[in-house]
Design a protein. Structure first.
Lengths: 104, 170
C-alpha cells in the first residue's frame, strides 16, 4: 500500500465499476478500418470564435452578391434610339401648308 | 514489433487502458477511440517504446494520457489541468446512488489529480509506474495523490461517515 492510502476511501471508490474493453475494440484494432463516412460523421473541428464570425460574415456577403447578380436587368420602358452618326441639317426650309379648313 | 508481439500487447493491456480512459473521460465511445489510437501509435512507431525505460503498460498509459489531456484541453481551453488550489466541497447526495456519487466525485477532480487517483486506486500502479506513465517526478505524483485523496475525502465525507457501513470487508 502506498503511503497516504486510506482503505475506507479505497473501498468506497471501488463502488464505481467500469466495464472492460468491448469486443468492438478488437474489431477496430485488427479488423477493417472504419468507413470514411463514419469518421466524417464523428469528426469535430474546433474553430476560434473570431474566425467563425469572420467566415459567417463572408458567407452571408457572398450569398448576397451571388443573389444580386442573378436578378435579371429590368427592360427599359419604350424604345430607344441610336443617336450615333446623327448630323444636324445645315438649313431648315419650312413650308407651311394650310389646309382648306383653315381659310374658312 | 512482430504481429504476435502486437497482439500480445493488445490482449494484455487493452482492459487497463480502456478502464483508465473511460474513468478519465466518462465516455465509452471516447475510450474506444483513444485506446484504438494508442495501439495505432504503437503499430506505426514501435521503436518509440524502449523496454529499458519501463514496462509497456506504463508506455501505453502514457500515450492514452496524452490523448485524453489533448481532448480535455480542446474542450476546456481556459481551464488549468492542475488547479493546485482546487478544493472540492461535499457532493449532493440526494437522489443519487452511491456509485453515481463516487463517479461524480472522481470526475470533479482536476485532470492531473484524477489520473493519479485512477492509476493508484483502481489500477494499483506503484508510484514509480505512475510517474513513468505521466512523465512526472515522483514528488509531483505523491503531491497529486495527496491532494486528490484529500479532495475525495471532503467530497465523499457524508458517505465515509455513514454508520453501519461495512467498509473494508470486500
Amino acid at each position: 500500500m502506498e503511503p497516504g492510502n486510506d482503505p475506507r476511501l479505497k473501498h468506497l471508490l471501488h463502488e464505481w465499476q467500469v466495464p472492460n474493453a468491448p469486443q468492438a475494440l478488437e474489431q477496430r484494432v485488427f479488423g477493417r478500418p472504419r468507413p470514411w463516412w463514419r469518421i466524417l460523421m464523428s469528426s469535430r473541428v474546433h474553430v476560434p470564435l473570431p474566425v467563425a464570425i469572420a467566415v459567417s460574415v463572408a458567407l452571408v456577403w457572398l450569398a448576397v452578391v451571388v443573389a444580386r447578380d442573378r436578378v435579371p436587368a429590368l427592360e427599359p420602358l419604350g424604345t430607344t434610339h441610336e443617336l450615333r452618326g446623327f448630323q444636324p441639317v445645315n438649313s431648315v426650309g419650312v413650308r407651311i401648308e394650310r389646309s382648306s379648313d383653315a381659310t374658312r | 514489433m512482430t504481429d504476435p508481439d502486437f497482439r500480445n500487447a493488445f490482449y494484455t493491456h487493452k482492459d487497463v487502458l480502456y478502464r483508465f480512459v473511460y474513468r478519465m473521460t466518462g465516455s465509452a465511445n471516447g475510450a474506444e477511440d483513444i485506446v484504438q489510437e494508442c495501439y495505432l501509435a504503437l503499430w506505426r512507431k514501435p521503436e518509440a517504446y524502449d523496454p529499458n525505460r519501463g514496462a509497456l503498460r506504463a508506455f501505453l498509459l502514457g500515450i492514452a494520457r496524452k490523448l485524453v489531456l489533448k481532448r480535455w484541453r480542446d474542450e476546456h481551453p481556459h481551464d488549468s489541468l492542475e488547479e493546485d488550489s482546487s478544493i472540492c466541497g461535499p457532493v449532493d447526495l440526494l437522489g443519487q446512488e452511491r456509485a453515481e456519487i463516487v463517479t461524480r466525485a472522481v470526475q470533479m477532480l482536476p485532470p492531473l489529480q484524477r489520473e493519479a487517483i485512477i492509476l493508484a486506486e483502481y489500477e494499483d500502479l506503484t508510484l514509480e509506474d505512475i510517474a513513468r506513465a505521466t512523465e512526472s517526478a515522483l514528488g509531483a505524483v505523491k503531491s497529486r495523490l495527496h491532494r486528490g485523496r484529500a479532495n475525495l475525502r471532503r467530497m465523499l465525507a457524508p458517505l465515509l461517515q455513514e454508520r453501519g457501513t461495512a467498509y473494508g470487508t470486500r
